[in-house]
Write a protein that binds this ligand. Sequence first.
Ligand code: UD1
Length: 390
Amino acid sequence: MTLRIMSVVGARPNFMKIAPFVEAVAETNRAGVAPVFEHCLVHTGQHYDDAMSESFFRTLGIPRPDVDLGIGSGTHAEQVGRTMIAFEPVVRRVRPDWIVVVGDVNATCACSVTAAKEHVRLAHIEAGLRSFDRGMPEEINRIVTDSLADLLFTTDATADANLRAEGAPEAKIRRVGNIMIDSLLKHRPAARNLNLDEIAAQRGIAGVARPAGNLAEDGYAVVTLHRPSNVDDPAALARIVAFLADELAPKLPVVWTLHPRTRKRMEEFGLWRRVAGCEGLRLLDPLGYLEMMRLNLGARLVLTDSGGLQEECCVLGTPCVTLRPNTERPVTLREHGGVGELAGNDPVSMRRAVDRAMTMDKRPRCPELWDGHTADRIVGVFAELGRGEA
Ligand code: UD1
């Protein structure tokens, strides 16, 4: 009995979600029990820089993709359209039994639509997350993907409830936990061994002066920003820069890892010199997976608009100020037992949230089933399907 599975990745946040799945599939095959999985990994190429893509394959031990669609950057329509056009012949050639997509990036949405049109069953890992904000491109991707998926693997009870409210049949919903946390827990010991100052020295942006002094454990803030609502709007980005440079950095060293999109916008909006010239702001290029985890482990607080980082902060226990008005991951917020607070991007709420975060202790808060075994549970479902039991 053979089950042919095609998994898809496209952008940075996909890689830590697919790695445990690919590994669990290979382990099941090694165990020699039915069914045999034939696995094919497709990279759409939405992210393509070494720092945004290759370095994650190396660190996470993901095998080289069987197919690379080489899509690259572009508008949403360009990315989604090009991906569908390039993915369709691959699906027709391989004819998988299942296509597995993860997360909510453009690759996720494009390949889901192709799967449905090619009548290939679709499984979505990280289903049911909703920000209820259709201004976010990821929310559109989530809604499209979940409405087409035949199997909806969810991280928590809120996601199940969102899917039920949209009419998803109960049989499709499988709560398995958070697969990204499988990667986090596996690699945490290796991350702990890295040296903070070496990371700061090696990843400092070329040509930008480095602040004097070393990074002390529990003595700095980490910032990451890349959402269009924060970085594509000149006024919003200027407000955030002013808050970080003028208010936060004089009190606490700030380490800011710059997404390529954010760096580009700072240059376009005339903010780059201000940021690069600010004492107390330490600017870094995009970090590798372990380096980012090491910075998180040592941070007093994290300010971010990344969904994945909100979840990682929860499990590592780092207080998290979420620079968004909403989140599709409410379980990460303090009122639901997490470590996060929504702060949007206006100075008053950012200030309040940072002040509160500074008084919090650093203590891990792990939602149910975020235990490092999510990939095994998912592969278990496919094994049952392959044996005709599910
Ligand atoms: C994408 C995802 C977002 C995810 C983020 C993580 C969508 C809609 N958005 O946003 O959900 O949180 O990835 O990073 O899918 N660029 C490079 N090198 C690369 C890739 C991109 O320089 O390897 C630059 C290009 O200038 C590009 C810009 O970054 O135009 C934005 O990349 P894009 O893939 O459009 O979206 P992200 O902002 O990365």
